[in-house]
Write a protein that binds this ligand. Sequence first.
Ligand code: SAM
Length: 264
Amino acid sequence: MQSHRPFAKRSLGQNFLIDESVIRRIVDALGPNEGDVVVEIGPGRGALTEKLVERKAEVFAFELDTELARELKERFRASATVHIEEADALKLDFSKIGEGRNLRLVANLPYNVSTAILQRLFESADAFTECVLMFQREVVDRIAAQPGTKERGYLSVLTQAHFDVEKLFDVPPTAFRPVPNVWSSVARLKPRSDRPFDPIALEAIVSSSFAQKRKTILNNLKNVIADADQLLLQSGIDPKRRAETISLEEWFKLSASPHDKLKR
Ligand code: SAM
């Protein structure tokens, strides 16, 4: 039985899925098989959880709302393969879930912390074989953005450095209760098999390069790297270019190894 509490906590990004066809499409996109270990962030009232259980996946679900976590524990108490925990997804150590088995991740993410949760996934990318995640549509447009587009930014580069990103479909506000003001989109993220960069260097270089979008990459990069002009030259990148035009392979060249001259 679904809970029919009339209220939702805006502060926790609570917009619950009510559209059965959308719920099914998300779970179908993940395609869990019997015995697969699926992590769910923010199960809420269990719309996705229920379908995962029907597919006989082993589910580890982390819900921050005390009351919702309690309701879910009660509802699934007879299912030995469903583990509901009251927890903050921003503090999870994904490597400790499922005793080293491959994890799949599914979530209709709370909008207010969706990009913070995404950034937490970067350091844990290897724990997952696949993630199917719903965000606000603008966020998916940013994380899937290609070089040369106006949506291309820090989050596009960092996400694509760790994951192959595929936008799957849009979801209208009417699929949720309460009805949000914005459209959502679902994306598939698969960890990249090759990640030829130093993560600290990449983070510092990309964030400073996009700090002022109207400036050239050299003028931005000078703020974190003493010999930015040399680095750009060695990487075959024209210093007058702007960050949004730089390809993933070029970012990898810029951050291939730790930089001892990073100004932090
Ligand atoms: N999965 C449900 C659905 O699709 O109907 C609920 C999705 S709702 C958009 C987001 C859920 O995440 C809410 O249940 C909310 O309480 C929970 N939540 C918010 N912040 C969280 C956090 N930091 N860690 C874990 N869960 C969180």
